[in-house]
Design a protein around this ligand. Structure first.
Ligand code: ATP
Length: 285
């Protein structure tokens, strides 16, 4: 099964919760490409869960890999013994990049197990997903969504364009979501009310100039302070026609919004020629 990836077209942090999570007000937008591919194969029960994956930075121990964690959590919620399984994970979504790759893999394994065993109700599946990570419930049914709470309140948003004139720039270094949240300016974030509904209206009317004004990521200031490459990339993209350049999720991937697809493609061609392969440019679809 193919997974999706996502960007946050806006990510406003509205509060810090006693459980350590943050409350968000965010517009999640999924892509079919880039995606990972996951297959499950049966194995003898005694051999437990095995993860096969070639990508660097992805743990293979099933207790650490989000695919393995999904199997354990599903079986625990269903009161089942853990079956013997080999999970093949073909990774294309940049790792620890703010594009939700691990969360997408995790949700996809939950969906595959549910297809096989039908052992949980939809509500149990959603609760299990949330217990595995704040972004996991979104990937149970990825569609453009206004997400609040810590990620568990998901309202699908209709009427957004099927495709947005976006270019992604993914530098090949990881940023942990925990680091990004620890270094954010919480007081500054909560002082500014979210404008997600205005962003949604602007996107629905294909008014990208206005949409650019409402895009926001409260985690990005710490990333631009720490990583000069991101400042350089942002400047390059703005000089090459981007209306707005912002960090996605907890970064370091940047998303750049353009006037139209042609402008995004022209910037892609120039960026790909200008930067070395340590930055991956992606026209998401
Ligand atoms: P999110 O938006 O869900 O926080 P992200 O893109 O910032 O995602 P991930 O790619 O999900 O980050 O990876 C975060 C960390 O999780 C990685 O550093 C990696 O060690 C660990 N990890 C565990 N399982 C996976 C997996 N299946 N794919 C990618 N990373 C995984």
């Amino acid at each position: 099964m193919l997974t999706c990836s996502k960007v946050n077209l806006s990510l406003a942090v509205t509060a810090k919760r006693p459980d350590g999570y943050h409350d968000l007000d965010s517009l999640f937008y999924p892509f079919r490409n880039p995606s990972d591919e996951i297959t499950l194969k049966d194995a003898p029960a005694a051999s437990g869960v095995t993860i096969r994956c070639d990508a660097p930075g992805v743990p293979l121990e099933p207790e650490k890999n989000l695919c393995g964690k999904a199997v354990y959590a599903y079986c625990k919620a269903a009161g089942m013994n853990v079956p013997g399984l080999v999970i093949h994970l073909e990774k294309h979504i940049p790792v620890a990049a703010g594009m939700g790759g691990g969360s997408a893999d995790c949700a996809t394994v939950l969906r595959l197990l549910q297809e096989r065993f039908h052992a949980l109700s939809q509500e149990q599946l959603e609760v299990t997903a949330f217990s595995l990570g704040a972004d996991v419930p979104f990937f149970l049914n990825p569609r453009p969504s206004h997400v609040t709470g810590a990620g568990e309140r998901i309202v699908p948003v209709d009427g957004l364009p099927e495709r947005l004139p976006l270019l992604l720039a993914a530098p090949q270094f990881p940023v942990s979501a925990a680091w990004a949240y620890q270094h954010m300016d919480l007081a500054r974030a909560v002082a500014e009310p979210p404008r997600t509904n205005e962003l949604i209206d602007a996107l629905r009317s294909l008014d990208y100039e206005s949409a650019a004004q409402f895009m926001r990521n409260d985690l990005e200031h710490a990333l631009f302070d720490k990583f000069p490459l991101l400042v350089l990339l942002r400047r390059f993209l703005l000089e090459n026609g981007a209306l707005r350049v912002m960090v996605s999720g907890s970064g370091p991937t940047l998303l750049a919004l353009f006037r139209d697809d042609a402008a995004a493609q022209a910037a892609y061609a120039r960026a790909d020629a200008e930067f070395d392969p340590s930055v991956r440019f992606i026209l998401p679809a």
